[in-house]
Write a protein that binds this ligand. Structure first.
Ligand SMILES: [Zn+2]
Length: 317
């Protein structure tokens, strides 16, 4: 029996909660993530993303972002016996907690800031500790991977945001950022960064995935890649199994070092899942696969959660 705990760098379940589709308490129709199965699998820390959907951009990005953040606090507040919010390095010391699941609040999409740096301080005060600078589109900070012009670096505001995030103790997430922006962030960030939910481009040539060069650079900067479970990022056919997740884990470990690998399921943000890894309750099978393929128990612990914990302890204040 392995006693490794899991850190999952990304799920979109908060939207279901805020839209009153699910309570996220236990397994329910259509849901991939819930407290019950997460705890049973040994998830100790879950990044909960406030993903600002395209239909709210640009005009209502802030309203929707705040609605999701308020929803996260309502979710945590109504399950205080089972969930607690991670905001500081000291909070990390409680992980793995014997009975409660740690939650780290992240915002996916710098649109929430509009064009104002002070908004970053406001969402920090609201408990947000990670920010994806972009989703797939361009915004006032930077350019996402969905835009045709790939040469765009961060804007002046985007650079200020990264520097301010370093000061406040917030984690920069580059998962949806264009490649030019990725290199720009690495150039200016004083703290390590993460691609919380991305895969390896060498195995699947999707624009959302990272080249070996990017993976190596993340490793050099003590960053982490959370391997995404979306079949279209795992395999070009768009049909994948749990073994494809293992292949991406192995590749990133080989190219960038095992200390660079993490997990970022994207549960409840993906309409398809790999065979054998359909929900957060299936994490045990993945853990067994990693042992079987030859990772040492220490390496399995790193991949399943300790690498993300190290990154957070280097970023949070
Ligand atoms: Zn995403």
């Amino acid at each position: 029996m392995m006693n490794s705990y899991i850190v999952d760098g990304h799920c979109d379940s908060l939207i279901d909660f805020v839209n009153n589709n699910r309570t996220l308490e236990e397994s329910s129709a259509g849901g991939q993530w819930d407290i019950e199965r997460a705890k049973r699998s040994g998830v100790a820390l879950q990044f909960l993303a406030a993903f600002i959907e395209t239909k709210y951009k640009p005009d209502r990005s802030l309203q929707r972002g705040l609605e999701l953040i308020e929803g996260a606090h309502r979710f945590i507040g109504s399950h205080l016996d089972q969930v607690f919010l991670i905001q500081t390095k000291r909070d990390l010391e409680q992980i793995p907690h014997p009975s409660r699941l740690g939650v780290l609040l992240s915002v996916e999409g710098g649109e929430i800031l509009g064009e104002d740096l002070f908004m970053l301080d406001i969402i920090f005060k609201l408990g947000v500790r990670a920010l994806g600078l972009t989703w797939n589109q361009r915004n006032a900070l930077a350019t996402g991977i969905g835009e045709a012009d790939v040469r765009q670096k961060l804007t002046h505001l985007g650079q200020d945001v990264v520097q301010r995030m370093n000061k406040l103790g917030m984690m920069v997430d580059v998962s949806h950022l264009n490649e030019t922006g990725f290199w720009h962030v690495l150039d200016i960030s004083k703290a390590p960064i993460a691609a919380t939910h991305s895969c390896a481009k060498a195995l699947c040539a999707h624009p959302r995935n990272l080249t070996d060069q990017q993976l190596r650079a993340l490793g050099r900067h003590k960053g982490v890649v959370g391997v995404n479970f979306y079949p279209r990022f795992l395999k070009e056919t768009g049909v994948a199994t749990r073994n494809d997740v293992v292949r991406h884990i192995c590749h990133i470990a080989e190219v960038a070092g095992v200390e660079t690998v993490g997990l970022g399921s994207d549960f409840d943000g993906i309409e398809e899942t790999p065979e054998g890894l359909g929900h957060v309750g299936d994490y045990n099978y993945l853990r067994d696969d990693l042992v079987k393929i030859g990772f040492s128990s220490q390496e399995v612990e790193q991949i399943m959660g300790r690498n993300f914990m190290r990154l957070l302890s280097n970023v949070l204040k």
